[in-house]
Design a protein around this ligand. Structure first.
Ligand SMILES: [Fe+2]
Ligand SMILES: [Fe+2]
Length: 172
Protein backbone atom coordinates (compact mmCIF):
# COMPACT_ATOMS: atom_id res chain seq x y z
CA UNK A 1 0.00 0.00 0.00
CA UNK A 2 1.37 3.40 -0.92
CA UNK A 3 1.96 6.02 1.75
CA UNK A 4 -0.67 8.30 0.15
CA UNK A 5 -3.35 5.62 0.20
CA UNK A 6 -2.53 4.70 3.80
CA UNK A 7 -2.85 8.37 4.79
CA UNK A 8 -6.31 8.60 3.23
CA UNK A 9 -7.53 5.60 5.19
CA UNK A 10 -6.01 7.09 8.32
CA UNK A 11 -7.90 10.37 7.93
CA UNK A 12 -11.22 8.59 7.42
CA UNK A 13 -10.50 6.13 10.22
CA UNK A 14 -9.73 8.93 12.69
CA UNK A 15 -12.84 10.85 11.61
CA UNK A 16 -14.94 7.75 12.31
CA UNK A 17 -13.37 6.77 15.63
CA UNK A 18 -11.76 9.96 17.04
CA UNK A 19 -14.08 10.23 20.05
CA UNK A 20 -13.22 6.66 21.07
CA UNK A 21 -9.48 7.08 20.41
CA UNK A 22 -9.52 10.14 22.66
CA UNK A 23 -11.26 8.36 25.54
CA UNK A 24 -8.99 8.09 28.61
CA UNK A 25 -9.84 4.43 29.25
CA UNK A 26 -9.02 3.59 25.64
CA UNK A 27 -5.73 5.50 25.90
CA UNK A 28 -4.94 3.59 29.11
CA UNK A 29 -4.68 0.37 27.10
CA UNK A 30 -1.08 1.37 26.30
CA UNK A 31 -0.15 0.06 29.77
CA UNK A 32 -1.45 -3.47 29.16
CA UNK A 33 0.68 -6.01 27.38
CA UNK A 34 -1.35 -7.96 24.84
CA UNK A 35 0.84 -10.57 23.17
CA UNK A 36 4.16 -10.07 24.92
CA UNK A 37 5.13 -7.94 21.92
CA UNK A 38 2.45 -5.29 21.53
CA UNK A 39 0.18 -3.50 23.97
CA UNK A 40 -3.59 -3.71 23.84
CA UNK A 41 -3.88 -0.14 22.50
CA UNK A 42 -1.77 -0.95 19.44
CA UNK A 43 -3.57 -4.25 18.86
CA UNK A 44 -7.06 -2.72 19.17
CA UNK A 45 -6.30 0.08 16.69
CA UNK A 46 -4.64 -2.41 14.35
CA UNK A 47 -7.69 -4.69 14.39
CA UNK A 48 -10.20 -1.82 14.00
CA UNK A 49 -8.20 -0.36 11.09
CA UNK A 50 -8.17 -3.69 9.25
CA UNK A 51 -11.87 -4.17 10.02
CA UNK A 52 -12.56 -0.71 8.58
CA UNK A 53 -10.71 -1.56 5.35
CA UNK A 54 -12.61 -4.85 5.07
CA UNK A 55 -15.96 -3.07 5.50
CA UNK A 56 -14.98 -0.75 2.61
CA UNK A 57 -13.87 -3.71 0.51
CA UNK A 58 -17.20 -5.44 1.13
CA UNK A 59 -19.13 -2.25 0.27
CA UNK A 60 -21.02 -2.29 3.55
CA UNK A 61 -23.32 0.63 4.32
CA UNK A 62 -21.92 3.69 6.10
CA UNK A 63 -23.87 2.74 9.24
CA UNK A 64 -22.62 -0.86 9.29
CA UNK A 65 -19.06 0.30 8.57
CA UNK A 66 -19.23 2.76 11.45
CA UNK A 67 -20.91 0.37 13.94
CA UNK A 68 -18.58 -2.52 13.11
CA UNK A 69 -15.37 -0.46 13.14
CA UNK A 70 -16.22 1.32 16.41
CA UNK A 71 -17.11 -1.91 18.22
CA UNK A 72 -13.92 -3.51 16.92
CA UNK A 73 -11.83 -0.74 18.43
CA UNK A 74 -13.25 -1.68 21.85
CA UNK A 75 -13.17 -5.48 21.56
CA UNK A 76 -10.25 -5.87 24.01
CA UNK A 77 -11.05 -3.09 26.50
CA UNK A 78 -10.53 -5.53 29.37
CA UNK A 79 -8.13 -3.23 31.30
CA UNK A 80 -6.05 -5.68 33.30
CA UNK A 81 -2.70 -7.41 32.98
CA UNK A 82 -3.71 -10.91 31.93
CA UNK A 83 -0.24 -12.26 32.65
CA UNK A 84 -0.57 -11.47 36.36
CA UNK A 85 -4.27 -10.76 37.12
CA UNK A 86 -6.05 -14.10 37.20
CA UNK A 87 -9.80 -14.75 37.22
CA UNK A 88 -12.02 -17.78 37.78
CA UNK A 89 -12.37 -18.20 34.04
CA UNK A 90 -9.52 -18.42 31.51
CA UNK A 91 -8.57 -15.04 30.01
CA UNK A 92 -9.70 -16.18 26.54
CA UNK A 93 -13.28 -16.62 27.78
CA UNK A 94 -13.30 -13.92 30.45
CA UNK A 95 -11.94 -10.82 28.71
CA UNK A 96 -14.70 -10.23 26.09
CA UNK A 97 -17.25 -9.98 28.92
CA UNK A 98 -14.97 -7.62 30.83
CA UNK A 99 -14.62 -5.43 27.71
CA UNK A 100 -18.40 -5.08 27.39
CA UNK A 101 -18.66 -4.37 31.13
CA UNK A 102 -16.02 -1.62 30.90
CA UNK A 103 -17.59 -0.01 27.80
CA UNK A 104 -20.89 0.26 29.69
CA UNK A 105 -19.37 1.15 33.09
CA UNK A 106 -17.25 3.98 31.66
CA UNK A 107 -19.88 5.06 29.13
CA UNK A 108 -17.42 4.85 26.25
CA UNK A 109 -20.18 4.33 23.65
CA UNK A 110 -23.72 3.02 23.77
CA UNK A 111 -23.46 -0.52 22.38
CA UNK A 112 -26.11 -1.90 20.05
CA UNK A 113 -27.14 -5.55 20.39
CA UNK A 114 -25.03 -6.36 17.31
CA UNK A 115 -21.95 -4.57 18.66
CA UNK A 116 -22.23 -6.31 22.03
CA UNK A 117 -22.54 -9.67 20.31
CA UNK A 118 -19.51 -8.93 18.11
CA UNK A 119 -17.34 -8.28 21.16
CA UNK A 120 -18.66 -11.18 23.25
CA UNK A 121 -18.02 -13.69 20.45
CA UNK A 122 -14.74 -12.37 18.99
CA UNK A 123 -12.71 -15.27 20.41
CA UNK A 124 -14.49 -17.89 18.28
CA UNK A 125 -13.68 -20.81 18.02
CA UNK A 126 -12.86 -20.34 21.71
CA UNK A 127 -16.42 -19.49 22.67
CA UNK A 128 -19.67 -19.03 20.80
CA UNK A 129 -19.97 -18.62 17.03
CA UNK A 130 -20.49 -15.01 15.79
CA UNK A 131 -24.07 -14.17 14.84
CA UNK A 132 -23.55 -11.12 12.60
CA UNK A 133 -21.39 -10.10 9.64
CA UNK A 134 -19.64 -7.65 11.95
CA UNK A 135 -18.91 -10.51 14.32
CA UNK A 136 -17.32 -12.56 11.54
CA UNK A 137 -15.26 -9.63 10.26
CA UNK A 138 -13.96 -8.85 13.77
CA UNK A 139 -13.19 -12.51 14.52
CA UNK A 140 -11.26 -12.84 11.27
CA UNK A 141 -9.29 -9.58 11.58
CA UNK A 142 -8.48 -10.22 15.26
CA UNK A 143 -6.74 -13.47 14.28
CA UNK A 144 -4.91 -12.10 11.23
CA UNK A 145 -3.72 -9.01 13.14
CA UNK A 146 -2.53 -11.09 16.09
CA UNK A 147 -0.61 -13.36 13.70
CA UNK A 148 0.83 -10.33 11.88
CA UNK A 149 1.90 -8.76 15.19
CA UNK A 150 3.65 -11.93 16.29
CA UNK A 151 5.32 -12.61 12.93
CA UNK A 152 6.43 -9.09 11.98
CA UNK A 153 6.93 -7.96 15.59
CA UNK A 154 4.40 -5.17 14.86
CA UNK A 155 6.50 -3.47 12.15
CA UNK A 156 3.73 -3.96 9.59
CA UNK A 157 1.39 -1.47 11.23
CA UNK A 158 3.71 0.78 13.23
CA UNK A 159 3.82 3.67 10.71
CA UNK A 160 0.05 3.90 10.48
CA UNK A 161 -0.25 3.53 14.26
CA UNK A 162 2.18 6.44 14.63
CA UNK A 163 0.13 8.56 12.18
CA UNK A 164 -3.08 7.83 14.07
CA UNK A 165 -1.50 8.76 17.41
CA UNK A 166 -0.16 12.00 15.92
CA UNK A 167 -3.67 12.82 14.68
CA UNK A 168 -5.19 12.14 18.12
CA UNK A 169 -2.70 14.53 19.73
CA UNK A 170 -3.22 17.30 17.16
CA UNK A 171 -6.99 17.04 16.60
CA UNK A 172 -8.32 16.74 20.14
FE1 LIG B 1 -9.58 -10.49 22.58
FE1 LIG C 1 -7.98 -8.88 20.02
Amino acid sequence: MSKTKAKNYTDDFVALTGDILNNDKVKSMTQYNHHGIVDTHFHSIHVAYEVYKMCLLMHLSDKDTSDITRASLLHDLYLYNWYTDKHDEMHAFYHPKEAVKNIEKYNVISLSKMQKDMILRHMFPLGKIPKSKGGWILTFCDKTCAANELITKFKGFSDIYGDINDRIKSDF
